[in-house]
Design a protein around this ligand. Structure first.
Ligand code: PLP
Length: 391
């Protein structure tokens, strides 16, 4: 027996495990401490009412032979794909049912998509980056190059200066909170088409866009021959614990005359048995008028928190990105302080937990991420505590 040697090349521990350990140690040493967690990216608001009602009804469907659904993939049900198609159509994007692949998460899909690409491909990721893109490609043994995003380029990923076959883009971005405009996306689409490269576009946070930017890479002409898009109900509608997402693979996307859509379909049919019927009904309900209004209200709540953090940090003289089209607020530590130094200071002195930017890649050094996923009250209090210490 042998093991996949690439796993030895993974960084030993995961960022959030390191943070969790530090917070646990702090709490053990300071049992009464009132810690505010603005570090992790999980949602806190309950599911939209429309989804809850739809899921209750779906449970009842499962109780009757006439409405019972078995393997969703064999049942010939496509109501969720149809709802997704209608949603894209609102943005002028036409998709076919078999271009939409439902799944249990954008994390799985952005990782699993590598199954259909050769391990000799060069992969480009933004730096700082959502760690899943890096770790899954390390597991596969692919060469990874970094696209440095920094204050000089306003955290917009620069086109690669060397050859790259596969590029992960994430907009609105985790961790920096920045979002690409149509011109920036067009430059990437043109580059990918010119180089025969594929863009893996992670739109997990598209619902947070407020500034009239594109919500899908497929709003950009030419994207159907070079892009795959990942979307999720996790941050959009609070499905982090329910699990539902989808990936769009256009039929025009080919590699050496082979359809990438067909390959992904084959991969999914072999390794994945579909999203539970109850979950699909819950997700479908987010596209109803009530569901949409409830989703919008939750997003507005998180964006308001992000705005509180953003304005508070700006008033303290920090350089801040994100928080406008994103729940994430990204800022530069002052006076040459390191990311982990700031983490320790905020935890030990004001009991606020954030995420050190350096955990997302070398270009994150000296930066820090706070998220709008807390409650409004605790978020405002965290900002006041930071003001009290760093103001
Ligand atoms: N993509 C990005 C950029 C994320 O930040 C996250 C979660 O934090 C995901 C994907 C995962 O989404 P899901 O819950 O659908 O797996």
């Amino acid at each position: 027996m042998t093991l996949n040697p690439n796993f030895q090349a993974l960084k030993a521990s995961y960022l959030f495990a390191d943070i969790g350990k530090k917070v646990r140690e702090y709490q053990a040493a300071n049992p009464g401490a009132d810690v505010i967690r603005l570090g992790i990216g999980d949602v806190t608001r309950p599911l939209p009412r429309a989804s809850i009602e739809a899921m209750h009804k779906a449970v009842d469907d499962m109780a009757r032979a006439e409405t019972f659904v078995g393997y969703p993939t064999d049942a010939g049900i496509h109501f969720l794909e149809d709802a997704v198609i209608a949603d894209y159509a609102l943005r002028g994007v036409a998709l076919a049912q078999d271009e939409i692949f439902l799944s249990d998460g954008a994390k799985s899909d952005t990782g699993n998509i590598g199954d259909i690409f050769g391990t000799d491909n060069v992969v480009a990721v933004c730096d700082p980056v959502y760690p899943v893109y890096v770790d899954t490609n390390v597991m596969a043994g692919r060469k990874i190059i970094l696209l440095p995003c920094n204050a000089e380029n306003d955290f917009a990923p620069p086109l690669p200066g060397e050859h790259a076959d596969i590029v992960y883009l994430c907009s609105p971005n985790n961790p920096t909170g920045t979002a690409m405009d149509a011109a920036q996306l067009k430059a990437w689409v043109d580059w990918a088409n010119a180089h025969g490269s594929v863009l893996l576009y992670d739109g997990a946070y598209e619902a947070f866009i407020t500034e009239g930017l594109p919500r899908s890479i497929f709003e950009i002409p030419g994207a159907r021959t070079c892009a795959i898009e990942f979307r999720s109900f996790s941050k959009t509608a609070g499905f982090t614990g329910v699990r539902c997402a989808y990936t769009v693979v256009p039929k025009e996307l080919q590699c050496g005359g082979v359809s990438v859509n067909a390959l992904w379909g084959r991969r999914q049919a072999t390794k994945f048995n579909g999203v539970s019927y109850i979950t699909q009904r819950g997700a479908e309900a987010t596209f109803t008028p009530e569901g949409r209004a409830q989703v919008r209200a939750n997003i507005a709540y998180y964006l308001n928190n992000a705005g509180t953090i953003r304005a508070g940090l700006q008033s303290l003289g920090f350089r801040v990105w994100g928080g406008v089209n994103s729940p994430y607020v990204w800022f530069a530590a002052k006076h040459g302080m390191g990311s982990w130094e700031l983490f320790d200071l905020l935890l030990n002195e004001v009991q606020v937990v954030g995420t050190p930017g350096s955990g997302f890649g070398p270009a994150g050094k000296g930066y820090f991420r706070l998220t709008g996923f807390g409650t409004a009250e605790r978020t405002a209090e965290a900002v006041e505590r930071i003001r009290g210490r760093l103001g």
